[in-house]
Design a binder for this molecule. Structure first.
Ligand code: GLN
Length: 503
């Protein structure tokens, strides 16, 4: 049975398609696993076993009837609870949406179901995807399977933890400032933020619309690429969706070859403030890629230093506008509607009760940044910084094929360690934010365990807009090189350790 948990999505799909195992058996094995470990990990906000098994049965029936199945048909998947799923509770990690069941599916979750993947449930996140640890969830904190006292990253910590705990082989995330890549980094899993416009935002509860991007998460590069291919591509329901062919990310993941590629190490993303083990694993990964035939050079992106500051103006500005829709009238929670209170009063009571502290902080910052008299000084300057960051990328990509850096400056910190210090929390996004600002493709790949704490470190690969395939090509080459040295994936080491009793 445990073999079904460790096999990975590509392998499971092959076995299901050939009839060696049914989707029902695979689905049941993962549901049992969730039953066994999720009390400790707490990755899921909502699990729907019956619905999942019914979806699995549909795939098994199609196979028996000789119908052609897609490349991931019958494989279980977890969905970050920021995607609308028709008829299934969707909270965005907020109490304000408790009990809400969307009347429609997000394009991405629709595509996943059309491709025959089996949705097991919805995963935990920081409220409205605002955070780096899941501690801002309105429900509970998710724990990192590598060390249950530690955070699994955020905002998509639930999806990443579910993967690392072998509760599911694939998951969906969204990345506004790093919420796919930072959780991947601290859980030893793979996560990719596609080119902005490469995956549809339709039906994704909006945080900051000019930055939000859905993306795939997995334990292997190929699994992640297969999911990328299922979800990507033009969608008329999203006005920022790009009407261009999806780069062949699956071929790139299979190719796993960096010979002749030039990798630029971003000078500004490293050094002071980075954990020694993060630096060390990153350097070792560079050496491995060099052995595999890549050329490594150093590149300066001087304006990346503005990214964090500009992000924490642009993002809250968009948040303050997007979250105005939670007005106690349209969805979810309504507080204090006692017959005597007016609409404005009910709205104030509902928002006061339903939103957590971090969400309120960002709404206040954003409203201030957009207010008349301050707009140019704050929002206007941040937009200029954004342009400069995009120009740094363009200039760099004239000389290198991809840029690389650690995914985040530290390994998983302890639960509670940064809760009272928003700035320390925001520092987790230092390396990931530039790609959101410029809209280019970017992914995080496991590159080792930091010697000082034995926790996973992530390697970030940033590629030009619409060159998502390069992210996978480098990630897969790294995976292959390191698997040769480690005798498998980083998560295999966790599995081996877990059988010794960690979870
Ligand atoms: N940690 C970042 C933030 O708190 C990233 C959020 C995200 O990508 N959704 O804003």
């Amino acid at each position: 049975m445990s073999e079904l948990l460790t096999a990975g999505a590509a392998e499971l799909a092959t076995r299901i398609a050939s009839g060696q195992v049914s989707s029902r058996e695979v689905t049941q094995a993962h549901l049992d696993r969730i039953d066994a470990v999720d009390g400790d990990v707490r990755a899921f906000l909502h699990v729907d076993g019956e619905r999942a098994l019914a979806a699995a049965d549909v795939i098994d029936a199609k196979r028996s009837a000789g119908e052609e199945l897609g490349p991931l048909a019958g494989v279980p998947i977890a969905v970050k609870d920021i995607f609308c799923t028709k008829g299934v509770p969707t909270t965005a990690g907020s109490r304000i949406l408790e009990g809400w069941r969307p009347p429609y599916d997000a394009t991405v979750t629709r595509r996943v179901q059309d491709a025959g993947l089996v949705i097991l449930g919805k995963t935990n996140l920081d409220e409205f995807a605002m955070g780096s640890s899941t501690e801002n969830s309105g429900y509970f904190t998710t724990h990192n399977p590598w060390d249950l006292e530690r955070i699994p990253g955020g905002s998509g910590g639930g999806s990443a933890a579910a993967l690392a705990a072998f509760e599911v082989p694939l998951a969906l995330g969204t990345d506004t400032g790093g919420s796919i890549r930072q959780p991947a980094s601290v859980t030893g899993t793979v996560g990719v933020k596609p080119t902005y416009g490469g995956t549809s935002r339709y039906g994704v509860i909006a945080m900051a619309s000019s930055l939000d991007q859905p993306g795939p998460c997995g334990r292997t590069v190929l699994d992640t690429a297969l999911l990328h291919q299922v979800i990507a591509g033009w969608d008329p329901m999203d006005s920022t969706s790009i009407d261009a062919p999806v780069p062949d990310v699956v071929a790139a993941a299979r190719r796993a070859d960096v010979r002749g590629m030039k990798l630029g190490v971003v000078k500004e993303l490293g050094g002071e403030g980075y954990a020694p083990g993060v630096e060390q694993c990153f350097r070792e990964a560079l050496a491995a890629l060099e052995d595999a035939g890549a050329e490594i050079v150093e590149v300066s992106c001087p304006n990346f230093g503005y990214a964090l500051g500009a992000y924490y103006l642009i993002m809250p500005s968009e948040v303050s506008s997007n979250l105005a829709r939670f007005d106690a009238m349209r969805y979810g929670l309504r507080v204090g509607d006692d017959g005597s209170a007016g609409a404005e009063e009910v709205m104030a009571r509902t928002r006061g009760t339903g939103f957590g502290a971090e969400v309120k902080r960002r709404i206040i910052i954003g409203t201030y940044a957009l207010s008349s008299g301050y707009y140019d000084a704050y929002y206007g300057s941040a937009q200029k910084a954004r342009t400069l960051i995009a120009r740094d990328f363009e200039a760099a990509f004239e000389t290198v094929d991809v840029l690389v850096s650690p995914s985040t400056p530290s390994t998983a910190f302890r639960i509670g360690e940064r809760s009272d210090d928003p700035l320390a929390m925001y520092a987790a996004d230092l390396c990931t934010i530039p790609s959101n600002m410029a809209g280019n493709a970017s992914g995080s790949f496991p590159c080792g365990l930091a010697p000082e704490d034995g926790l996973p470190v992530g390697f970030q690969v940033m590629a030009p807009v619409l060159a998502d395939d390069r992210v996978y090509r480098v990630g897969a080459a790294l995976e292959r090189e390191l698997a040769g040295r480690w005798g498998g994936l980083l998560t295999d080491q966790l599995w081996a350790r877990e059988n010794g009793g960690a979870l």
